[in-house]
Design a protein around this ligand. Structure first.
Ligand SMILES: Nc1ncnc2c1ncn2[C@@H]1O[C@H](COP(=O)(O)OP(=O)(O)OP(=O)(O)O)[C@@H](O)[C@H]1O
Ligand SMILES: [Mg+2]
Length: 394
């Protein structure tokens, strides 16, 4: 950690943090997080890295106060993770988008904005900017239930930022996004950092983390296996790299002679630097865009919302009077989802009944059961007639 960072306020501090999931009989089932120590300072972008099941989401959920540790200490913004006033300073993008599928993109953001007690005018302003920023302005009136994975991720990100939080926790923010979307998310994280926000990102996509994080914590099996700044962890200090413009042949020959003479037989390599595939891909797409190639997919966003930008005024910060029970967002949303489900079930039951009635009105009226006695009477009458005819013929 650099000296400048060390002077900054501690935003998250974990000591001996442990979480054990237990089964029905209270027997330990999985030690998801096992005695970890780490801290995150104000303005840092920290990556929690690790393969599937290494404990990233469990750590994040403890920071959010959604899961309670079995052991250890954890403070978030100097408070217990369960303190309500810490929660209103946090924006969270869950691993699985937790969206109310019957709301449109616009309504979704309005709903979350209202949970943070933002005024109608403020909500309208922020929603406009956020939708533009995440490239969903054209889909604002579509229900989020119809969204593709990438679109759901984008609206989730917008939702996490509606309260202009001090600490943003993004669980796999680029999962399901195309390379353009990934780049936009990374740019967004860098912009948030510039604004002094603290960001915790989890990922198993190393390039995502490498591009934006100041520091990484690498987890495996619930334990921290390495942590530090990227240069501390990645720099190969016993080798040098010099990148120059293409050299004329004579200069190259002289350089090689000099290297051979100074390295006394040690091997060295000279090659051309390579661009990353991501840079190349984005270049190709941007050129295609300039040639106006049509796409039906997400329209590139990336314009950072004004209220999130550097120099945005303090009045734009989250209002101070939000005091709600734990997880008001999830509780309220769940209630609405249940209500919608109930309404959808009622509606489908009504449709079923209507269809049945329609069928009755048309030709599906069940035939009347034949009256057995009438049939016998008819047969007898027929037999009588035949007998009469026979007798008459005689
Ligand atoms: N609610 C739960 N009940 C029981 N075990 C759980 C629960 N949640 C997580 N675990 C276990 O804890 C361990 C860590 O899971 P976690 O979700 O934190 O991993 P992760 O690093 O986020 O993985 P991924 O990259 O797949 O999202 C896993 O072994 C998982 O099975
Ligand atoms: Mg996870």
């Amino acid at each position: 950690m650099s000296e400048a960072t060390q002077d900054k306020k501690i935003v998250v501090k974990a000591i001996g943090l442990t979480k054990v999931f237990r089964d029905f009989w209270n027997r330990p089932k999985a030690k998801a997080v096992n005695d970890i120590d780490f801290e995150v300072r104000e303005g840092e972008v920290v990556g929690l890295l690790g393969p599937n099941g290494s404990g990233k989401s469990t750590t994040v959920k403890m920071i959010l106060g959604l899961l309670y540790p079995n052991a250890g200490q954890l403070t978030v913004l100097g408070k217990s993770p369960r303190a309500v006033d810490a929660k209103r300073e946090i924006g969270y993008l869950p691993e699985d988008s937790y969206l109310y599928k019957y709301l449109t993109a616009d309504e979704t953001l309005d709903f979350f904005g209202s949970l943070f007690n933002l005024s109608r005018t403020e909500r309208k302003l922020r929603i406009e900017q956020l939708l533009d920023m995440v490239g969903l302005a054209h889909a604002r009136n579509r229900r989020v239930g119809e969204f593709s994975k990438g679109m759901a991720r984008r609206i989730g990100l917008a939702q996490a930022m509606i309260n202009d939080p001090a600490l943003l926790i993004l669980d796999e923010p680029t999962s399901g996004l195309d390379p353009l979307g990934c780049r936009e998310v990374k740019d967004l994280i860098l912009m948030l950092k510039k604004r002094g926000k603290t960001v915790i990102v989890t990922s198993h996509l190393l390039s995502d983390v490498e591009d934006v994080c100041d520091r990484v914590v690498i987890l495996y099996g619930g334990k921290i296996r390495a942590q530090g700044t990227l240069s501390e962890l990645l720099e190969v200090s016993d080798a040098n790299r010099i990148v120059t413009p293409a050299l004329p042949a004579a200069a190259m020959t002289r350089l090689l002679e000099l290297l051979r003479a100074s390295l006394h037989g040690e091997e060295f390599t000279i090659d051309h630097p390579r661009r990353s595939l991501e840079d190349f891909f984005l270049d190709v797409i941007n050129r295609a865009k300039q040639d106006s190639v049509e796409t039906a997919g997400v329209v590139g966003g990336g314009r950072i919302a004004n209220y999130l930008q550097e120099g945005a005024t303090d009045e734009n910060r989250v209002l101070e009077n939000l005091v709600k029970p734990d997880l008001p967002i999830i509780a309220a949303e769940k209630k609405r989802e249940e209500e919608a489900l109930r309404r959808a079930e009622e509606e489908s039951e009504k449709q079923r009944l209507d269809q049945a009635l329609d069928g009755l009105d048309k030709n599906e009226v069940p035939e009347k059961k034949p009256d057995d006695k009438a049939e016998v009477r008819e047969n007898v009458a027929e037999a009588d007639e035949k007998l009469n005819n026979l007798l008459n013929d005689k």
